[in-house]
Design a protein around this ligand. Sequence first.
Ligand SMILES: [Zn+2]
Ligand SMILES: [Zn+2]
Length: 248
Amino acid sequence: MDTTSPAVFVNGALLRRYIGQKVRAVIQVIRSDIGSVIGKSTDDQQIVVKGSPQPPLTSYLEVIGIAESDNTIRADVWTNFGDSFDAQNYNELCKLANARAMTEVQMEMEVETNSSLQESAVPKPQVIYRCKKCRRIVAVEENVVQHEPGKGEECFAWKKRSGNPEQVQCSSIFVEPMKWMQTIHDGLVEEKLLCFGCNGRLGYFNWSGMQCSCGAWVNPAFQLNKSRIDECKSESNLPNPNLKTETG
Ligand SMILES: [Zn+2]
Ligand SMILES: [Zn+2]
């Protein structure tokens, strides 16, 4: 249990978020038993506060302790707050204090998400793509060019529609131009992409762009058909196939 960090202001509703943590709450005493006090939180929820307060107790108490469950606090600090107290005001303070806490949590999450998108020096499992036929690695996660999924069927000309409006998933991945793609060095605008290992067809490229099955345009497009490649997770950082000078 982390009891060293400062107590979080809570009301009844917020208590469940902080189970096992140090909290601070003001309660209105309903009943006082041996070893516990039944009270009402500032947002009108019943809370059991365990511990041994020094009598006499006033109607309002501030307690600091560990949140044991969504309605129990084991308190070690009891402070008399008198017989009249602006519970509503405190409740607002609670919400404000937690609003800041929530924003901080959200910001931390965003930073984490951002850094996981960026390349880091720390080895982490990454997605690799292999040719289904010969198992050669044709791309890794960082070669993939992401695109916003399009709106499916409505992006296509009528002629090209498959008649299945449900199908909006991407049937391909798009990557950056890579060294192994022999056909892109031939000066053509568009051509098949053949595997450097088995010469099997993996996809298609078009410098002036292609439309994904989801409807989104990718420009330029180096498309690898998902049905021709396997997506696997690797435990270590493999060399980027695009940086290899030897194309096998
Ligand atoms: Zn797509
Ligand atoms: Zn192959």
